[in-house]
Design a protein around this ligand. Structure first.
Ligand SMILES: [Zn+2]
Length: 140
């Protein structure tokens, strides 16, 4: 009797383990699908789960001193970005934050800005990120 009970318990454990494994596999796949890629070369830049809200919104529309309009999204991390230039607070779109350029670390195209203040975040131009890499050559 005791033996049979233990056997059942073990099967239940196995099932829980299997469920957990499948769930984490599904989560991994979802994460992969939510990558955002460089619009030029297809390098993974950030993920949708890195989206944050700054001053109450994820998306912001700004016009720079040269008159160009940008729609940017705020991201906590952008591991595919490199930084360029010195931090400057000239015409910063976010009070209290200095900025420098955020470039694709693969093809160096300008993707947005890194903001540094009491914390650091990325403001990336949304139409320079692609949610699919289908149109790009496979990464080498
Ligand atoms: Zn690129």
């Amino acid at each position: 009797m005791i033996r049979a009970y233990r056997q059942e318990e073990r099967e239940a454990e196995n099932e829980a383990w299997l469920e957990e494994t499948l769930a984490s596999e599904r989560a991994e796949q979802a994460e992969e699908e939510e990558n955002l890629y460089c619009f030029v070369c297809g390098r993974p830049i950030t993920q949708t789960r890195q989206r944050i809200s700054v001053n109450g919104a994820h998306k912001h529309t700004f016009t720079n001193p040269a008159g160009y309009r940008f729609e940017i999204g705020c991201f906590r991390e952008a591991p595919g970005c490199g930084q360029a230039g010195e931090y400057s607070d000239f015409y910063s779109w976010f009070d209290g934050y200095a900025w420098c350029y955020a470039l694709c670390s693969s093809c160096r195209v300008h993707l947005g800005w890194v903001y540094r203040g009491e914390d650091t975040f990325y403001g990336l131009v949304l139409d320079r990120l692609s949610s699919s890499k289908e149109n790009f050559p496979s990464p080498s």
